[in-house]
Design a protein around this ligand. Structure first.
Ligand code: GLC
Length: 437
């Protein structure tokens, strides 16, 4: 049963989605999966100041390329990454084959600016061995390619663009992209997602025409009709899903008629995507779990990023974050997979979120902060057959609305279901109560 309908258009410049003009890939598995791993890995793991460092620090392609000589991931064991992703409950991976720096993590025949090993192949094999689907991230920007025209994001932006761009032919760069996308979609087994990044359509930026986006899109659909394409090519209605970044849309993403559209929030553990040694803004266990819940509770997917270090490892902070997710998902994945936003007749109580499985008619109450003794659920009295904690399947008692004794008892509407909670919360990051309707 589809959890969303295709509808009209929402576009904020970076994302565009859904219209009858374009065909779409197979979103069924993706919408059930709800949770994926993003991996940003490249030679930017060496400076360890995030994946935009080349342009922040205005390094020429030659200066930046020097890092390639020092790329020596001696602890690269993708099987470990895949096991951590699987344990955390992630069902798909999206891996940077080429980021904005232009460095290719796969063995492309069209450039020498590439890793000595075919990391994309090795990583995909390891993840597929764990039953995880594979998606490829491909940057539309390329700060290495000599035909990619200088724009306001480019490391050479302070120089004379007009002069520099005289010798640059963006069309040749677009051919290069199509050649590489063809390699990725024909030589790397089954690819389920292609994640283009990104369109910054304003003067001094780049419009879809400058990616020859229609042609790129046609090529992808021809090579793989069921693949999912994100919405960042900038073509209205073309993408299979939208990609809010570093925020969670308060009511999901909807079309003008109010229909929920497919979306995937991409988020980081600490701020940057590529490995950042000195970042201290790592999310707490509670924030991580609440973030996962919030995406599903608003009808979206979560693509959660890891930036492996220059030795080819997930660093300790990333591993502990993944372990937090693994521990919670081990007992609570029923409240994530196949779930979506709850019907509007069940308003969320304070400090709680609902996720809803429409096929099993189970409503999951996520207690973001643990209430004192009771939880009051408007609209649910008489509608719930059974209530239990998800972590140990222990019963949660259901009570009718409390009798009124002045202000000594809570004032609730007659349709409110009261749950009687144990004084001490279950020993999990965020407790979940499953309500069978
Ligand atoms: C951004 C950034 C980028 C990152 C991406 C992930 O648009 O350019 O570095 O890869 O978002 O969503």
């Amino acid at each position: 049963m589809p959890l969303f309908k295709t509808g009209s258009i929402l576009n904020n410049g970076r994302i565009g989605i859904v219209s009858s003009q374009y065909t779409h890939g197979d979103r069924t598995w993706w919408q059930a999966a709800r949770f994926g791993m993003f991996i940003h890995w490249g030679i930017y793991s060496i400076p360890a100041r995030g994946e935009w460092m080349q342009t922040y620090e205005k390094l020429t392609a030659e200066q930046y390329a020097g890092y390639a000589d020092h790329f020596d991931p001696d602890r690269f064991e993708p099987e470990k990454w895949a096991k951590l992703a699987k344990a955390a409950g992630m069902k798909y991976v999206v891996l940077t084959a080429k980021h904005h720096d232009g460095f290719c993590m796969f063995d492309s025949a069209f450039t020498d600016f590439k890793a000595k090993r075919d990391y994309v192949r090795e990583i995909f094999e390891a993840f597929r061995a764990e039953g995880i689907r594979t998606g490829v991230y491909y940057s539309l920007l390329d700060w290495h390619h000599d035909q990619f025209t200088v724009d306001h994001n480019h490391p050479l932006r302070d120089l004379d663009w007009a002069e520099l761009n005289k010798t640059r032919n963006q069309h040749l760069y677009c051919e290069y992209m199509r050649n590489q996308v063809t390699e990725l979609l024909t030589k790397y087994g089954q690819i389920d997602i292609i994640w283009f990044d990104f369109t910054y359509a304003r003067p001094g930026g780049k419009y879809p025409e400058e990616w020859e986006a229609e042609e790129l899109l046609k090529l992808v659909r021809k090579l793989n009709p069921s693949i999912l394409i994100n919405g960042r090519l900038g073509l209205e209605g073309a993408g299979d899903f939208m990609t809010p970044e570093q925020y969670i849309p308060a009511d999901g993403i909807r079309d003008q008629a109010g229909e929920l559209l497919p979306w995937e929030g991409c988020q980081t553990f600490s701020g940057s995507w590529g490995y950042h040694r000195d970042e201290t803004t790592w999310k707490t266990p509670h924030q991580l779990i609440a973030m996962l819940i919030s995406h599903v509770a608003r009808g979206g997917n979560l693509l959660l990023n890891v930036g492996p270090d220059a030795r080819g490892r997930f660093d300790r902070r990333a591993v502990s974050a993944l372990e937090v997710l693994a521990r919670w998902m081990d007992e609570h994945s029923d409240a994530i997979y196949n779930c979506t936003i709850a019907p509007s007749e069940f308003p969320e109580p304070d400090n709680c979120m609902y996720t809803w499985n429409p096929a099993t008619k189970k409503l999951y109450l996520h207690l973001l902060s643990y209430p004192v003794k009771f939880a009051f659920l408007p609209g649910l009295f008489g509608k719930v057959k059974f209530a239990r904690f998800l972590n140990d399947h222990s019963e949660v008692k259901m009570l009718p609305p409390p009798e009124k004794h002045g202000n000594m008892t809570p004032q609730v509407s007659p349709d409110t279901l009261t749950l009687q909670l144990p004084a001490i919360a279950p020993d999990v990051t965020i407790p979940v109560i499953e309500l069978s309707l």
